[in-house]
Design a binder for this molecule. Structure first.
Ligand SMILES: Cc1cc2nc3c(=O)[nH]c(=O)nc-3n(C[C@H](O)[C@H](O)[C@H](O)COP(=O)(O)O)c2cc1C
Length: 225
């Protein structure tokens, strides 16, 4: 069985999946185990919507319909996916990961429609058989966003153990109303993100991009004196 280091090192944002279902028992155990993730004060400020089949298709249809009306996202969606303006070194890191994605797909910078078509694949969970939507009650603060990140990474690592791949997706945050309509969410429920989950299409250039990381010298300081 895969150890944790292997799970961390082999996890990558996968943007191409096989049309192969994830067994329901595997999915259930994975989510149940992930819900062991810690949260500050054990608030467990989350709800995981696990979508397959017609329910997943309904979500895609609802968001695509909203996209036709307002392509830049719902008018009053939470705009804070990234800080505005995004300063350095973050801007360059983001640009590098975008360039690597479009280079792998051979979509040139001028091909705006090609880039939009690729971005829209987010809403089909990149062909994955399972889509996850992570929600939290409105009014939660930064601390609970940290909790949600821990839960999402726990799902991603457990997925590796099962031979599954994932793509975390902040883009779903642009469509809170369309998602609420498709999932029947009540008032006061906040969409914090989504995730594609399934078996990677290893033949695709975007199954794994090997996005680089800065090193320990930049991102960590070991204090000893
Ligand atoms: C919270 C979060 C949100 C993300 N949102 C998206 C998204 O909406 N669409 C997408 O294609 N990738 C998304 N990503 C994937 C990142 O671009 C990717 O993790 C990053 O470039 C590092 O690459 P790697 O995961 O392959 O190592 C997201 C990642 C995280 C952690």
């Amino acid at each position: 069985m895969m150890n944790v280091t292997e799970a961390v090192r082999s996890r990558a944002a996968c943007r191409a999946f096989l049309d192969r279902p994830v067994p329901a028992a595997v999915l259930r155990t994975l989510v149940e185990t992930a819900l062991r993730a810690p949260s500050g004060g054990n608030l467990q400020p989350w709800h995981v919507h696990v979508l397959t089949g017609a329910a997943k298709a309904r979500l895609t249809a609802s968001v695509m319909e909203a996209f036709q009306r307002t392509p830049a996202g719902e008018p009053d969606h939470d705009p804070q996916i990234y800080p505005e303006p995004l300063g350095e070194p973050y801007k360059t890191r983001r640009a590098v990961c975008g360039a690597m994605l479009y280079d792998a797909l051979k979509i040139p910078r001028e091909d705006k429609m090609g880039r939009i078509r690729q971005a829209l694949k987010n809403y089909e969970f990149f062909g994955a058989p399972v889509g996850l939507i992570f929600t939290a009650p409105a009014g939660m603060v930064e601390g609970q966003a940290v909790d949600m990140g821990i839960l999402m990474q726990t799902v991603m690592l457990l997925a590796r153990e099962q031979g599954l791949d994932t793509c975390p997706q902040a883009i779903w945050r642009m469509w809170p109303k369309a998602i609420a309509a498709a999932l029947g969410l009540g008032e006061g429920i906040h969409v914090l993100g989504g995730m594609s989950l399934g078996y990677a299409d290893a033949a695709s250039p975007v199954a794994t991009l090997n996005i680089p990381r800065d090193g320990l010298d930049v991102l960590a300081t070991f204090h000893s004196e």
